[in-house]
Design a protein around this ligand. Structure first.
Ligand SMILES: Nc1nc2c(ncn2[C@@H]2O[C@H](COP(=O)(O)OP(=O)(O)OP(=O)(O)O)[C@@H](O)[C@H]2O)c(=O)[nH]1
Ligand SMILES: [Mg+2]
Length: 241
């Protein structure tokens, strides 16, 4: 039997794999790699109504949301990332799913807290974001990107307050501590334990784009959010064609 180098298709379980752990990563990363641009909207009411699970990336401007999406999807320029804060100014949706069949959406939201943005724009954006987080019906999970060198800011705390009722109703929640390459080991351990206290039952993971750290773990978790009833490990079935 030849070894299958492609991730097992989720719709055709049964392809053998060397270890369950490897198989889970391969499935999640293969799924992430299917990401394609779907649409962009300056305001909430321009977004299409969708009935597949949606996972939103939120956080301070420059926290690394767009870079995280590019890293997870293994695509260099799917989302616009930039050294200049405030690069993402629209709600950008990316579709995920094999064979062009969309089974989930990743949403890249504009960051908040960028000092140079005029006050009116800031207020407008905070409203758009709060509305999105509270009213988007197919929203399944939120990834809060946080640079642990700055910790949780006041605006992060406000966001946590906004989403708390939905998290209590079952909305999934993950804090990603970005730019972990900038921390030494003890700083990383400390940042993790502080964020766990703030996550209120949600998960916390360290992430670094240049060091490729945390990518598998985040991808696997998002895959599980989007496919709660599908087993992540493909059972061995030698009869599968
Ligand atoms: N060292 C390091 N730099 C990173 C990492 N992730 C992102 N960056 C850098 O951080 C800067 C901002 O990244 P973006 O992904 O554009 O941040 P964003 O959160 O999308 O920013 P807005 O669109 O303004 O909200 C860029 O210069 C990235 O190269 C990381 O893991 N490590
Ligand atoms: Mg961005």
């Amino acid at each position: 039997m030849t070894t299958n180098t492609n991730p097992p298709s989720l719709s055709r379980p049964g392809l053998p794999s060397s270890t369950p752990e490897k198989s889970e990563s391969a499935i999640a990363m293969g799924w992430m790699h299917t990401a394609r641009f779907l649409t962009t909207a300056p305001q909430l009411h321009f977004l299409p109504k969708l009935d597949v699970p949606e996972i939103a990336f939120v956080g301070r401007s420059n926290a690394g949301k767009s870079t995280c999406i590019n890293t997870l999807t293994q695509q260099k320029q799917l989302a616009f990332a930039s050294k200049k804060p405030g690069r993402t100014q629209h709600i950008n949706l990316f579709a995920l799913g094999k064979q062009g069949v969309t089974d989930a959406i990743l949403t890249d939201l504009p960051g908040y807290g960028y000092a140079a943005v005029p006050k009116q724009d800031k207020i407008r954006w905070q409203q758009v974001m709060a509305n999105y987080l509270v009213t988007r019906e197919n929203l399944k999970g939120i990834v809060l990107m946080c640079d642990p060198r700055h910790g949780m800011t006041e605006l992060d705390e406000i966001l946590l307050d906004v989403i708390r009722p939905r998290v209590q109703e079952g909305l999934k929640f993950l804090i990603v501590l970005t730019k972990a390459d900038k921390l030494n080991r003890s700083e990383a351990t400390k940042a993790l334990s502080i964020a766990k206290l703030q996550a209120g039952g949600g998960e916390v993971m360290l992430f670094s784009a240049p060091k490729q750290k945390g990518i598998d773990d985040v991808a696997k978790l998002l895959w599980k959010w989007a496919h709660p009833s599908t087993p992540t490990t493909a059972p061995t079935d030698t009869t599968a064609q």
